[in-house]
Ligand binder design. Structure first.
Ligand code: SAM
Ligand code: SF4
Length: 338
């Protein structure tokens, strides 16, 4: 008799690369950055230059099968020359999909140029609809930044980004009272709100104090209010997608805490200083592509090493970390490239 192979047990093609362009950020979100601690940032010469990044994409990563890219950080809109870089990556003939994750603080001024450069999909972090709560979450003490972010979202919508997704990390006692208000954004707008389970990465102290809310609880809350049906939206990620009946947009739930989706993982990460990582929370096998490139290692040799990492990837995952193999939690999402 043939063994029953469930879809979850089949290793998917790894063709999705999340590219961190910068480890710095203009926000200091409570859940992303450590408390009261100075972060050390990369020096300018440590960054992959645009030319190095494009060489790695064209000569190493694309030939190894990566064709779908997300630009992230830190805050990717702080990278100088971001529009030109977007244009160069979008113009690569093998690029099938190019997206960005941003906090949207600079989006109102840049959305049209980014769209014209070839960016089509955008995910924006929006953890609260209340300016005061928002400012508390992002660590802002000056003039409120909420309006600027909200305006960035509106401009991105007008410019035509589609799908336009809003990321929410739900933290008990911080913004969990807003779950229904955030979900309601999808009723009249073709926006896609995604609730991400809070992970103990970046600020483990906050995680220990506040805990986290699982996706099933959030879904139940929303189902009790409006009902929920299964739905679909374009994307490369592990979200389970639902919809309020009759709504224009959708609701996604990213449940990396309550449900291990390592078996479905289709991605690797490239950090701003050129480390290729097979797993968010596990540094086993990671490759220092920048140093290899700068020291003159041949592109053929780099391709061989990336292919070996792709072969090794299925065994490198969160589950392995749980068994105590590595301590990668010391890094924040902004350093790894969230
Ligand atoms: N600065 C951009 C932004 O905030 O959208 C991109 C980088 S940020 C590191 C990427 C994503 O990681 C954001 O959606 C953020 O909410 C998420 N993130 C950061 N720390 C997290 C944590 N501890 N648990 C869950 N998600 C986290
Ligand atoms: Fe910056 Fe994004 Fe991290 Fe917030 S989640 S501190 S915006 S990198």
């Amino acid at each position: 008799m043939n063994p029953i192979v469930t879809p979850a047990a089949v290793n998917p093609t790894v063709d999705y690369l999340r590219i961190s362009l910068i480890d710095r950020c203009n926000f200091r979100c409570q859940y992303c950055m450590p408390e009261g601690e100075e972060l050390t940032y990369l020096q300018q010469q440590a960054y992959l230059t645009n030319a190095e990044l494009l060489t790695l994409l064209q000569e190493v990563l694309i030939p190894c099968g990566f064709t779908r890219f997300r630009l992230t950080g830190g805050e990717p809109l702080l990278r100088s020359g971001i529009v030109d870089l977007v244009q160069s990556i979008a113009a690569l003939p093998q690029t099938k999909d190019l997206a960005m994750t941003t906090n949207a603080f600079r989006l109102a001024e840049l959305a049209q140029d980014l769209y014209d450069a070839g960016l089509r999909r955008i995910n924006i972090s929006l953890d609260s609809l209340e300016p005061e709560t928002f400012d508390r979450i992002i660590g802002n003490r000056g003039r409120s930044r909420w309006q600027q972010v909200w305006q960035g979202i509106q401009v991105a919508h007008q410019v035509g980004f589609d799908p336009l997704k809003l990321n929410v990390v739900v933290i008990p006692g911080v913004n969990d009272h807003e779950v229904l208000d955030l979900a309601a954004l999808t009723i009249d707008r073709q926006w896609h709100v995604r609730f991400i389970e809070f992970m103990p990465i970046g600020n483990a102290g906050l995680f220990d104090r506040k805990g986290w809310v699982d996706s099933a609880t959030l879904r139940q809350q929303i189902r009790d209010r409006w009902g929920l049906t299964e739905a679909q939206v374009k994307g490369n990620g592990p979200a389970d997608v639902f919809q309020i009946p009759g709504a224009k947009g959708t609701l996604g739930f990213i449940s990396q805490m309550s449900e291990c989706f390592c078996d479905r993982c289709n991605r690797m990460r490239l950090s701003a200083d050129g480390w290729l990582r097979p797993c968010l929370l596990n540094e086993t096998g990671q490759l220092d592509l920048k140093t290899a490139l700068r020291s003159g290692e041949s592109l053929a040799e780099l391709r061989t090493r990336v292919k070996a990492l792709l072969t090794a990837k299925p065994a490198i995952n969160f589950k392995m970390r749980e068994s105590g193999t590595t301590g990668a939690y010391a890094r924040t999402m902004s350093q790894i490239g969230g």
